[in-house]
Design a protein around this ligand. Structure first.
Ligand code: AOE
Length: 295
């Protein structure tokens, strides 16, 4: 076990660690064939999301204390919030470009550019609205990184687990007998043995939940500290904290809409959803619970 005491870390240090964890800028590197079709647009969006997911896993592992949580919790947290995290990142990249969503330096979309993907404009508009709100609030980078970590650690559906094992392979520490051990060591993650279990049973699981709560405390402390640096009155600091955290429920809402959208697009075969993204999607839809583990 890794005996690192995160409570001993100052909010300042915590923030500088999560600032360093920020993923690098990512390029789509595709020839965007305009005009977009529904299929090509969805393909570009999901290709980008797929690339970002890989970076998101590395990002999460750099959040102090995250890798000390049980593997089941690490997986579950990421599966619950991946689209919220992508959306918050998108809002941050777009905050200085009213009416535009900056997916990447080589993939930017305007509101005026019309509709080609069924059901996506509603999501587009909700993302633009939340982005405007962050602009009005003059969201600071320090606050942004705290909010992102809060999304990750604030999964309310922590007690459900569904899905495959790709993410598990990416998260678990490398060990020489990886494949040999996989079956027995991580068998609790198989949907058929641990499908939607209602509460942590083992001492390890309980310890992990406690660590998670302490981690969440650290992030809240960090956000409070970041706000306190802005030279506002105590009253204004409290209001700002309230406004910023309330935006998270909006992001959760848009993410739920986006998850429904993506699963519809997948069902209608508009877009081919690849392995990692598919596993992340399945964890959020009913079909995920019935998928047998491929290991
Ligand atoms: C991908 C990467 C990322 O960093 C963030 C997001 C958030 C939303 C996700 C998307 C993604 C992946 C695919 C998802 C989508 C929500 C639903 C979809 C999960 O299934 C992005 C949501 C915003 C998407 C806006 C798309 C605008 C398309 C309309 C513009 C249009 O139709 N045209 C024709 C533009 C033409 C330009 C010439």
């Amino acid at each position: 076990a890794n005996h690192v005491h995160h409570s001993a870390m100052s909010p300042e240090e915590f923030i500088s660690r999560i600032m360093e964890a920020e993923p690098p800028e990512i390029y789509l590197m595709e020839d965007l064939k305009k005009p977009f079709t529904e299929a090509s647009m969805m393909m570009s969006l999901t290709n980008l999301a797929d690339k970002e997911l890989v970076l998101m896993i590395s990002w999460a592992k750099k959040i102090p204390g995250f890798v000390d949580l049980s593997l089941a919790d690490q997986i579950h947290l990421l599966k619950c919030c991946w689209l919220e995290i992508l959306m918050l990142g998108l809002m941050w990249r777009s905050v200085d470009h009213p009416g535009k969503l900056i997916f990447s330096p080589d993939f930017k979309l305007n509101r005026e550019e019309g509709q080609c993907v069924e059901g996506i404009m509603e999501i587009f508009d909700m993302l633009l609205a939340a982005t405007s709100r962050f602009r009005e609030l003059k969201l600071q980078r320090e606050e942004y990184v705290c909010l992102k970590a809060m999304i990750l650690l604030n999964s309310t559906e922590l007690n459900r687990f569904c899905g495959g094992n790709q993410l598990l392979d990416t998260l678990k520490p490398d060990c020489p007998h990886k494949s040999a051990r996989h079956g027995e060591m991580y068998s609790i993650f198989r949907p058929d043995t641990d499908l939607c279990s209602s509460s942590p049973q083992t001492a390890e699981e309980l310890e992990s939940r406690n660590k998670l709560l302490r981690l969440l405390d650290s992030v809240i402390d960090a956000l409070v500290w970041a706000i306190s640096k802005l030279g506002l009155s105590t009253q204004q600091q409290t209001l700002r904290l309230g406004h910023l955290t309330m935006l998270l429920s909006h992001i959760r809402h848009v993410s739920n809409k986006g998850m429904d959208h993506l699963s519809t697009m997948k069902r209608k075969n508009v877009v081919l959803v690849y392995d990692l993204l598919l596993e992340m999607l399945d964890a959020n839809t009913s079909s995920g619970c019935s998928q047998p583990s491929s290991s």
